[in-house]
Design a binder for this molecule. Structure first.
Ligand code: F6R
Length: 260
């Protein structure tokens, strides 16, 4: 696991954007895995800016989103479909027919999850999976106790996660109870996992995921088993890392060819 600590979320997001942009330039038919939530917003803004100002070309790409709420129509303002179109898809040239987001309205959810897994395989697998982390350690919506080898499936949200989504739905009671999420096994098959975390409230989850034991109780800790997991975090999210000084030193002393 590579842990890159940046002074603030903006600089961390710009660095993450450079990592994504490098893959997009080197592999025009790359497959990107997208996350939603507050964390990736500055990264998406940077990618949109690179598209507009530097001609970063998404036209050959395919994308897969991590998750979607069950029972929420795509046009609902708080669906992850709406989020993705508002924050990135409307502003880059990724072809609509190669955008994949789990179907929260599927009549047969297990069949649609199997189809989603098959579509990821048919696209050649995910090159970079962008991830955030919940305060309880979840990645995607793999809540604590999720199987470390799980596949795309329906999950029940914890109370903590529903509380955090309450504002978007006008109150906790209106937050859906279920989601479809890529599994931890699905995420682990991505060739690179790029996890972003900003702010003091993420510090405990970041420290547990990066330095704690690998456990289903902290789903993000499974990334310790990934051959190419990069954590890009700000100073506040790094506050509980016991080896923060070492990670900073490593970043500062990277040879030029290893820099992002
Ligand atoms: C979203 C997702 C979640 C979020 C996590 C952090 O697609 O899969 O794991 O990344 O809940 O959310 P924010 O970034 O809003 O703190």
């Amino acid at each position: 696991m590579e842990i890159i600590i940046q002074p603030d979320g903006e600089q961390a997001s710009q660095l993450a954007a450079r990592i994504v942009a490098r893959t997009v330039r080197e592999k025009p038919h790359a497959v990107l895995g997208f996350a939603t939530g507050n964390t990736p917003l500055p990264l998406y803004r940077s990618l949109v800016r690179m598209h507009r100002e530097e001609g970063l070309d998404f036209s050959g790409l395919t994308s897969f989103n991590l998750d979607e709420y069950v029972g929420i129509p795509p046009a609902h303002p708080s669906s992850f479909h709406s989020y993705m179109w508002a924050h990135i898809f409307s502003n880059i040239n990724l072809p609509r027919e190669r955008i994949n987001i789990p179907d929260g309205l599927a009549a047969d959810i297990p069949a649609s999850c199997r189809k989603y897994e098959q579509a990821i395989r048919s696209a050649g697998g995910i090159d970079i999976q962008i991830l955030g982390i919940g305060t309880n350690g979840h990645i995607g919506f793999n809540e604590p106790s999720s199987s470390l080898s799980s596949r795309t499936r329906i999950k029940t949200l914890t109370e903590e996660t529903r509380r955090e989504a309450a504002a978007a739905f006008g109150g906790e009671d209106d937050v859906p109870t279920h989601v479809i999420t890529m599994g931890l096994g699905t995420i682990m098959e991505s060739r690179m996992c790029l996890l972003l975390a900003f702010g003091r409230r993420k510090a405990r989850a970041v420290a547990s995921a990066a330095e704690g034991p690998v456990t289903a109780m902290v789903p993000g800790s499974v990334l310790q088993m990934h051959p190419r997991a990069i954590l890009v975090i700000d100073r506040e999210a790094a506050a509980e890392l016991t080896m923060a000084d070492y990670y900073l030193w490593v970043s500062e002393h990277k040879p030029d060819w290893q820099k992002y």
